[in-house]
Design a protein around this ligand. Structure first.
Ligand code: PLP
Length: 419
């Protein structure tokens, strides 16, 4: 026997149906799919485009116009050493994309034996990575491209479920890595606790060449006055006697120019040597003019922090608008993250509804990141997580789009609850 449908629920469904019909009439065309900076945000770095002017010599006299300088410009590495928690001597400034460096690190590990390893990964029968979920879809794409098995691990308020991580890596020598976005994670804005950082650094791994891919993409991307700090994984690994365990990645993509910024790789001396050896076969050196341009523009770490406050002024109101509208409209049927930084808000809808909500939103002209993208193999087993990326559209468009998303959530959730 089916339970009688609660009258209140069916009234809510009727209201949602009417709101959805009105939404369709608006014929919107709005895109909330990717975490891109807005035009105003990238304009904050317009002055970069005029640099370095005639000043093409680096502080040590290097002519940045020529080949060489494989580690990147020292003055830029010094600026980002503190932000990325890597000594400048162990931090490389390279191309324009940290994702490219993560991709390359995975490819290089297949081709060249890692410090501490017995053989290159391509000679292993099976390679697996732990993937905290929800997570970043492009990490998963790298694994898929190279046939690396992905093992999901749930995120908690302190980072990945570290007891589960410990259990898995201790038992399985095929697990060679874990993807981590340790601060203001993509998509749920979590910052790993000190305890999580310590346990990741100290845990026993069955693989002797296990690596933590520490993608600190949002190291300085604060949305509140609190500049949240994450534990120093490199130091923790060294202290634990696992100095080669962490690969650190970061970039200025969402600081200066997305697509024309500078990406960084940091690690132990042995890993940096390994990376430089691998990279030497593919380039005679990075774009040092861009490095110099960035060093002149940002000046020092305080310059980075001041620049990021300007980003916050632009994007803070967009995040506030999303949270306000969710609060007004979805309190009873969904939950969402309240990030203190980063680029995303995670919306958790009732189980089994996410795909249908994204479909309904698309029908109404609102493009959302496909449901499932936050999980390996596009498989969100609960069909629950929707990633909201509020930075790119204007505030007015965000308000319109999020109100529309809320309507879709109410429609699909009430339909499910009353069926
Ligand atoms: N890592 C994370 C977690 C991201 O969210 C993004 C972009 O959205 C990137 C890396 C891409 O960084 P880059 O532009 O340096 O390749």
């Amino acid at each position: 026997m089916t339970a009688p449908v609660n009258a209140e629920l069916s009234a809510s469904l009727d209201a949602a149906r009417q709101d959805y019909a009105a939404l369709l009439d608006k014929k919107l065309k709005l895109d909330l799919t990717r975490g891109k900076p807005s035009a105003q945000q990238v304009s904050l770095a317009d002055a970069l485009l005029a640099l370095p002017g005639d000043e093409f010599k680096a502080a040590d006299g290097t002519d940045t116009r020529n080949y060489g300088g494989q580690q990147g410009l020292p003055e830029l590495r010094a600026i980002f050493a503190e932000a990325l928690q890597v000594p400048a001597s162990q931090l490389l400034a390279l191309g324009n994309s940290s994702l490219e460096l993560m991709h390359d690190a995975v490819v290089f590990a297949q081709m060249y034996q890692l410090p501490g390893g017995q053989r290159r990964w391509s000679n292993e029968e099976r390679i697996a990575f732990l993937c905290p979920v929800p997570g970043y879809d492009r990490h998963f794409t790298i694994c898929e491209r190279f046939g690396i098995e992905m093992i999901p691990v749930p995120m908690t308020a302190d980072g990945p479920d570290v007891a589960e991580v410990e259990r898995l890596v201790a038992a399985d020598p095929g697990i060679k890595g874990i993807w981590c976005v340790p601060k203001y994670s993509n998509p749920d804005g979590t910052t790993y606790s000190d305890e999580t950082v310590r346990r990741l650094a100290t845990m026993q791994t069955a693989a002797d060449d296990f690596r933590i891919f520490w993608d600190n993409a949002y190291a300085v991307h604060h949305l509140t006055d609190e500049e949240v700090q994450v534990g120093d994984i490199l130091a923790a690994c060294a202290e634990a006697g696992n100095p080669d365990r962490a690969f650190i990645f970061g970039s200025t993509s969402k600081i200066t120019l997305a697509g024309a910024g500078v990406a960084f790789f940091g690690s132990s001396e042995a890993n940096v040597k390994w990376m430089l050896h691998c990279a030497a076969a593919r380039t005679i050196g990075p774009d040092k003019i861009n490095h110099l341009r960035h060093a002149l523009f940002l000046k020092d770490y305080d310059g980075v922090r001041a620049h990021m406050r300007k980003h916050r002024e632009l994007i803070g109101p967009k995040f506030d608008a999303v949270l306000r509208i969710f609060d007004e409209q979805l309190k009873d049927i969904a939950t969402w993250s309240h990030p203190k930084g980063g680029y995303f808000i995670t919306l958790n809808v009732p189980d089994g509804c996410a795909k249908e909500i994204v479909r309904k939103a698309a029908e109404a002209g609102i493009a959302l990141t496909p449901a499932g993208s936050t999980h390996p193999y596009m498989d969100d087993p609960e069909d629950r997580v929707i990633r909201i990326a509020p930075t790119f559209p204007s505030l007015a468009d965000i308000e319109e789009a999020i109100a529309g998303v809320a309507t879709c959530v109410r429609l699909v959730a009430y339909q499910k609850l009353t069926s």
